[in-house]
Design a protein around this ligand. Structure first.
Ligand SMILES: [Zn+2]
Length: 128
């Protein structure tokens, strides 16, 4: 995996048999902004679920009167396990690079944003 333990810097983090991935856009966490990820599932299932969550958010956000461009998109999990048993339950570790590449995430955002009258003010490095 691409993620490091923030405490011991181990790069051998893993997920248990299922993990919750959170999607927070412009600091807003929707009630439905969670994806159940099962390691070993086919690669594109997570990306499909992620696109659905982005659609849900943008369809709501696009209908607001005073909306500002999207500046932050965080896709993270607190279910990573460190092999050294560090407590990282509240570390909000990004799954970008592990489950989706920054380019793929940017592509999803751009595609969906066009459909819902949402503008993006975000660069690849903001996604990691
Ligand atoms: Zn650790």
């Amino acid at each position: 995996m691409g993620q490091y333990c923030p405490k011991c810097f181990s790069d051998s983090l893993s997920f248990p048999t299922s993990a919750i991935v959170h999607v927070v856009i412009n600091g807003v966490r929707m009630d439905t902004g969670r994806i159940l990820f099962r390691p070993g599932e086919k690669d594109d299932i997570f990306k499909k679920d992620l696109k659905t969550k982005i659609k849900e958010f943008f369809s709501w956000y696009g209908s607001l009167q005073n909306k500002t461009p999207i500046k932050t998109v965080k896709v993270f999990s607190n279910d990573y396990k460190c092999p050294n048993r560090c407590s990282i339950r509240d570390a909000n570790l990004s799954v970008v690079n592990d489950l989706v590449t920054p380019n793929e995430l940017m592509g999803l955002l751009q595609t969906v944003a066009q459909n819902y009258d949402v503008s993006l003010d975000i660069s690849l490095k903001d996604l990691i």
